[in-house]
Design a protein around this ligand. Structure first.
Ligand code: UDP
Ligand code: MG
Length: 343
């Protein structure tokens, strides 16, 4: 394991490590990507061939139910720079990224999707910026025409709202595709939380960052693993993990409503005193009851969102469970079987 010691942390030492044949880890989460993995490995190997850096490929098979695992294992037997971490079931992309970062040993780690929507040509630009002294280099999607209009619209709305109500800012139109220096990776690994909204964690740790613009192509093969419901839950996780505004806004909303009710009650009392009792009022009464009833249910629901996450955090269950790790050590094959390597 590469731990960051005081010495390694010094500026001149960092510059030296970056300049002299560093090891770059490429972490790729895969969930039912049997159609993509071979093409991905072939493309990456072509892209990095002849580079003045070493490469390791860390695949995280996120409980795929197709041939992904078998195909990755075969690839790992052929190419010694490939390691495969297989989960015991599908834990989601955020857990897969966490496992990838935990197992990568490179001086810098690049995270990318296996569907080639993150263009491999960018890796050399990432490394160049890293060598200039940036600790985080992320791909900034310039053109999202490959995504559906609905996806672009909702993504834009999400980032806008997130950046307004959370303490940390996520650069707009940024995916997970990025390079991170070893010290950034160590910092992220040290974060103990179970709900891992990685984009938020990446932004939260800070460090000197820069974006490299690119155009996001369409998927090379297979289908997107994110449907509307998964994206909705992903967004909800992001909000609740990084902002307490939804929780706190109810005291303000309550205050404003109480003030308005006071004004309204005063007006009614005054009118009754002047013109006498007035029986009609069914419609306004019902409207108020329904309105306040729904506000209460919404606020209880928001409490529930936070409490459910507290519940998950206090249980301290592992973020993922590893079934097997395939690695090719010094030419000799070693299939490490780990009953329940968990974090
Ligand atoms: N992925 C994963 N676990 C999941 C869902 C997705 O590891 O539960 C991986 C997937 O294999 C791919 C990456 O995350 O490498 C991005 O997924 P996808 O391309 O489906 O997302 P999109 O590009 O449509 O946002
Ligand atoms: Mg994709």
């Amino acid at each position: 394991m590469n731990t960051v010691t005081q010495n390694e942390n010094s500026f001149s030492n960092r510059a030296r490590v970056r300049a002299e044949h560093p090891l770059i880890s490429i972490v790729a989460p895969c969930y039912n990507e049997a159609d993509s993995v071979e093409l991905f490995v072939e493309t990456i190997r072509k892209t990095v061939a002849g580079g003045d850096y070493g490469v390791e490929l860390v695949f995280v098979d996120d409980g795929s139910t197709d041939d992904t695992r078998a195909k990755l294992t075969v690839l790992a037997r052929i190419h010694p720079e490939i390691r495969v971490i297989s989960f015991s079931r599908n834990f989601g992309k955020e857990a897969a990224l966490t496992a990838g970062l935990d197992h990568a040993v490179g001086d810098a780690v690049v995270i990318m999707d296996v569907d080639l929507q993150d263009p491999p040509e960018l890796i050399s630009a990432f490394i160049e910026k890293w060598r200039e002294g940036f600790d985080v280099v992320y791909g900034a999607r310039e053109d999202r025409t490959a995504d559906t209009i609905a996806k672009r619209f909702t993504a834009e709305g999400f980032y806008r709202l997130f950046n307004k109500i959370s303490g940390v800012k996520i650069p707009e139109n940024t995916g997970d595709y990025r390079l991170m220096d070893r010290r950034v990776v160590e910092t992220i690994k040290a974060l103990p939380e179970r709900s891992r909204f990685m984009k938020g964690l990446f932004a939260w740790v800070g460090f000197k960052s820069v974006g490299v613009p690119y155009t996001r192509p369409v998927r090379a093969a297979g289908n997107s693993k994110f449907n509307f419901w998964r994206l909705w839950n992903f967004a909800l996780d992001g909000f609740v993990s990084f902002s307490t505004v939804p929780l706190r806004m109810w005291s303000y909303i309550g205050g404003v409503i109480a003030f308005l009710s006071f004004l309204y009650a005063s007006a009614i009392i005054l009118r009754t005193l002047i013109t006498g009792a007035d029986v009609p009022g069914y419609a306004s009464l019902l409207t108020f009851i329904l309105f306040f009833g729904s506000i209460q249910i919404i606020s209880v629901g928001i409490l529930g969102e936070y409490i459910s996450r507290l519940f998950i955090e206090v249980k301290r269950r592992p973020i993922y469970i590893i079934d097997e790790i395939y690695a090719h050590k010094d030419g000799a094959e070693s299939d490490q079987e780990l009953a329940s390597t968990a974090r």
